[in-house]
Design a protein around this ligand. Structure first.
Ligand SMILES: Cc1cc2nc3c(=O)[nH]c(=O)nc-3n(C[C@H](O)[C@H](O)[C@H](O)COP(=O)(O)O)c2cc1C
Length: 167
């Protein structure tokens, strides 16, 4: 488990190879295993593996160039009806996304988190592109596929950011 945490990096170059449906299901299972406020699980996922949709995303997201090579992208949205309290979908979806990234690393896939929240214009653009009902709030998108680059594992531990008992 620790290996997977330290191995995960943002991958922005992908092999020209589709991701097996079973692996997509497995990483979504990892996502949905995340903790959520009052166990409301207010997350929804749109799996996009059509080239034309991946190209459309690049028109509405300025930092999504890796989708030129990624064979798949998963859009994560928060459900405003089922979330526990106003805005709690954000923490719940973030927990689910990190689980998904780690699960993907574990099965040999690379990922890159593409921020949508808190940019309201971007949230609306994704909602429109994917025809989402108004109670679904796009949170982020995740490029996913077999990596075509290797990245080192930095040690980001910083003792100055750790405080004991009081600040
Ligand atoms: C909320 C959030 C939004 C991000 N948005 C983007 C993005 O739009 N495009 C991108 O290429 N990377 C994006 N990233 C990835 C970060 O750039 C990356 O995680 C960070 O540079 C650390 O590198 P690492 O993931 O390789 O450890 C995002 C990450 C987070 C957590």
């Amino acid at each position: 488990m620790l290996d997977v945490i330290y191995k995960r990096r943002s991958i922005r170059k992908y092999q020209n190879k589709p991701v097996e449906k079973e692996k997509i299901t497995e990483v979504l299972r990892c996502a949905m295993h995340a903790p959520s406020a009052m166990n409301k699980q207010p997350w929804e996922f749109v799996v996009c593996d059509k080239r034309e949709v991946l190209d459309e995303i690049q028109k509405i997201h300025p930092y999504s160039q890796m989708l030129k090579t990624a064979p798949c992208c998963i859009v994560v949205a928060g459900n405003l009806i089922t979330q526990y309290a106003e805005g709690s979908y954000i923490q719940d979806c973030a927990a689910a996304v990190e689980n998904l990234l780690l699960g993907a690393t574990s099965v040999g896939l690379g990922t890159c988190w593409l921020g949508i929240y808190p940019d309201k214009q971007r949230q609306e653009a994704f909602r429109e592109l994917f025809n989402m009902p108004k109670d679904m709030m796009p949170f982020c998108a995740i490029a996913i596929g077999y990596p075509d680059e290797e990245k080192y594992s930095p040690d980001r531990f910083d003792s100055k950011k750790v405080h004991f008992n009081r600040w």
